[in-house]
Design a protein around this ligand. Structure first.
Ligand SMILES: Cc1cc2nc3c(=O)[nH]c(=O)nc-3n(C[C@H](O)[C@H](O)[C@H](O)COP(=O)(O)OP(=O)(O)OC[C@H]3O[C@@H](n4cnc5c(N)ncnc54)[C@H](O)[C@@H]3O)c2cc1C
Length: 274
């Protein structure tokens, strides 16, 4: 879609020019893959700041874990090579496939765009929340802030990003990548948008982490030092959702159906990991 109100698209090549162009002005937005920005009218915008010209390495594997650049294409996440001991590696591909779009969209949509757009069905949010991903946020004043992705996404299209902040990278820690994971995704139709996405994670120390996305406005993460019986986890998920954000309601699924589906998936992932 043509964004008729735009006056300028600024290509930035380093942190200084990014900070100067993206200073928190509400008429300015950063442009990543553009798969959402160009899909709907943006009457408030006069300027786009193109992040793709920064030339960030899409992903790097370090002793710390896996660092995904904000501009890493979603499809590239599925191409991260498996490392010895990374039992959670299949989750990368599962979450890429959970972004229900053609290969054309997946190959330009970015990790940063997906997380910062903050749709409940944001599958890179699901991945990062399930694996304790930390967001590295660059502010226009040159400072850097780190925040768990599960805390960065606050609700449907709402984040904790401050004006002028840019998601530079998401780091998935090595310890979480060594965990065993179980994945369940449900949608109303075979090729529909995720209505419920549950990831169970069994850490090497025996701990259990259960993450719910898509069925709730924001990620819901429960942690246990040891795995309790599945019905206990399902009950805890229900209580946590009721006490926090509630079950999400949109054309991709009614709240009562999302609740039932999610609780079934929670029980299944717990049994799979037991
Ligand atoms: C056919 C189709 C299917 C889709 N299916 C899904 C789906 O299943 N789930 C889903 O979540 N989305 C879906 N989307 C929406 C969207 O394509 C994705 O969320 C995509 O990942 C957005 O990434 P992008 O790089 O294209 O973001 P853009 O469109 O470039 O930007 C999206 C928003 O994020 C901001 N932003 C981008 N990068 C950063 C950054 N690094 N730091 C700070 N802010 C940033 C932008 O300013 C903008 O507000 C779909 C879109 C299409 C066209």
């Amino acid at each position: 879609m043509d964004l008729a109100g735009l006056e300028e698209v600024v290509a930035v090549h380093d942190r200084g020019s990014l900070a100067a162009a993206h200073d928190g002005d509400p008429a300015t937005a950063v442009l990543a893959g553009g798969t959402w920005l160009f899909s709907t009218p943006q009457p408030q915008l006069r300027r786009l700041v193109d992040l793709t010209t920064l030339g960030w390495e899409p992903f790097t594997v370090t002793g710390e874990g896996l660092r995904l650049a904000g501009t890493c294409p979603v499809s590239a996440v599925a191409e991260v090579p498996a490392q010895p001991g990374w039992a959670a590696h299949p989750l990368l591909r599962q979450c890429v496939r959970a972004l229900l779009a053609s290969f054309k969209v997946r190959s330009v949509a970015t990790v940063g765009g997906n997380v910062c757009l903050a749709l409940p069905a944001g599958s890179m949010t699901s991945l990062a929340a399930a694996l304790d991903g930390t967001a590295e946020l660059w502010a226009a004043d040159g400072s850097v802030r780190r925040l768990a992705v599960a805390d960065l996404v606050l609700g449907d299209r709402r984040t904790a990003l401050r004006p002028g902040e840019v998601l530079r990278a998401v780091t998935l820690p090595d310890a979480a990548l060594r965990a065993t994971t179980a994945f369940r995704r449900t949608s109303l139709s075979r090729l529909g948008r995720s209505a419920s996405l549950v990831v169970g994670r069994r850490d090497l120390d025996g701990g259990l982490v259960v993450t719910v996305t898509a069925a709730t406005e924001r990620p819901v993460v429960l942690r246990y030092p040891e795995a309790p019986p599945a019905p206990v986890v399902a009950r805890d998920v229900e209580q946590r959702v009721a006490a926090s954000c509630g079950w999400f309601d949109d054309v991709h699924g009614a709240p009562d159906w999302r609740r039932a589906t999610t609780l079934r998936s929670v029980a299944e992932v717990c049994e799979e990991l037991a």
